[in-house]
Each structure stands twice: as C-alpha cells, then as structure tokens.
Design a protein around this ligand. Structure first.
Ligand code: GLN
Length: 249
C-alpha cells in the first residue's frame, strides 16, 4: 500500500533516506513492517524528487520498476544532497496500471504530492467530485489512478490559492464522504512546508529544531520517532511541527 516520506532541513544525502538508514525507503519497499489494508511489497514503481536549491523547482526521477532494482539510483542518491525531498514506493491497487506516470511524486511548479492508500468504489464513488474539475485536468491526469485524481483535486485548490494544509484537509474530507472506507494518507510539500494526512495508514515523524522527516515507517529504531495517530493533519516546517485532528483544523 505504498510507503512515502518527506524531508525538510539541512541538506541531506538522498542515499541516507533511500538506502543507508536501517529501514530506509528501499527496505520499506521489499520489507515493510506496517502495511495496513493489504499489499505485501511495494514493487510497482517509485519516485524521488528533490529541491536543487536557489528556489528552483524540484527535480524528479520516477520509474515503474522496484526501487531496489534500479541501476542508476544508488549512484544518483549517493551524489545528490538536498534540503527538501519527497520520495515514494508504490504497490499498485488491483486494477490500476503499473506505469511510470502512476508513481508518486506528482508535481507542478514547486509542489510535490504523494498518496498512500486507496479510494473505495473507484472510480464511480468519486465521479461527482471529479466532474467539478476542468475537463482539461481530467484529460491530462498523470495516470488513470485514484492517486492521480487526488493530486488533481489538491492541485485545483492550490491553484485557486487555498493554503496547502486546507487543500489537503478539504480533499480528504470530501473524498472520505463520497467514498467511505477510503485510505487517504496524503503528503504534500513545496520545499518549505510539509503537509500530511493520516486516514487509514501508518505515519511517523521525527523532528528537531532544524529538520523534519515524515515517513510511513520510521527509518531507524531511534527514540526520536513519534507515531502520528489516525485521523490527523500534520503541518511542519524545519523548525515547527503541528498535529491537529483532521476536519477540526
Ligand atoms: N491506489 C494507489 C495506486 O494504485 C496508491 C496505492 C498504495 O498506496 N499502495 O497507485
């Protein structure tokens, strides 16, 4: 059921997040510890995006193959450092295509987005919600998947000037009402702030005064990790962490 992470803070080597930590993302891909709601491994693609600095938009690398089998990624990750990173490994929901464009992060401008979960009753349950998006957005979805539609719904709010935390919270509330039982762990960043929801899946956070790392599963057994309870909205910068009850923020 996918695993994702986002880091903001002092520049870090991508390899530390993806390969070197004891329970780094590549390990979470083949040996996840807390998959809720089905799925065993996350072998249906991956994506990594990072902010190269000087305010530039993120650079993204996605593939439809398992993270652990990618020949180029280890060297790329060993020689890339960034102060903002969003990465994900995918376990495709049954019936959804295994293609590069279905792997998070989804991106536009400074924004990076990932979804861990499933929209129940897809696609009929959310047809009404989707219909209020511009037809152009529906015809240019990254992929015919629930996650790509969720991104289009969040992006539509961001384009309208809705603040990131509100865009995520409103999208979760709207989709959960239309498609009960959905699992909607969303993750969004612009490189300055990270917003995450917990709705049906695991999420942990490790924060100090200069960095924040949000991840489906802790990357190491260190005591600084804290589990985010279900039904929460997390909003963080490298120096601030706020966790509120979803729908009440
Ligand atoms: N339902 C989404 C997809 O198939 C995300 C899956 C997940 O969280 N495993 O892409």
């Amino acid at each position: 059921m996918c695993r994702h992470l986002a880091y903001l803070g002092a520049p870090v080597q991508l390899a530390r997040l993806l390969f070197d930590a004891p329970h780094a993302l590549a390990r979470q891909a083949w040996a996840p510890l807390d998959m809720r709601g089905g799925g065993t491994i996350n072998a249906d693609g991956f994506g990594v995006a990072w902010y190269p600095g000087d305010g530039a938009d993120p650079v993204r690398y996605r593939r439809a193959t398992p993270m652990w089998s990618d020949a180029a990624l280890p060297a790329l990750a060993a020689h890339t450092r960034a102060g903002g990173v969003l990465a994900a490994v995918r376990s495709a929901t049954t019936g959804m295509p295994v293609v590069e464009t279905a792997a998070a992060p989804f991106a536009e401008g400074p924004w990076l987005f990932s979804h861990n979960g499933v929209v129940r009753g897809w696609p009929d349950a959310v047809a009404g919600i989707a219909a209020r998006l511009p037809v152009r957005d529906l015809l240019t979805l990254d992929a015919p998947t629930d996650s790509a539609l969720l991104w289009a719904l969040v992006r539509d709010r961001l384009r309208a000037g809705v603040p990131a935390a509100k865009a995520v919270a409103e999208t979760v509330t709207e989709v959960a009402a239309a498609a009960p039982g959905s699992r909607l762990n969303l993750l969004l960043t612009d490189g300055r702030q990270v917003v995450a929801s917990t709705a049906g899946h695991a999420l942990s956070v490790r924060a100090d005064t200069t960095s924040v790392l949000v991840s489906s599963e802790p990357l190491d057994p260190g005591p600084a990790w804290r589990a985010v309870p279900d039904g929460r909205l997390l909003v963080a910068t490298p120096s601030d962490l706020d966790i509120t009850v979803l729908g009440r923020s």
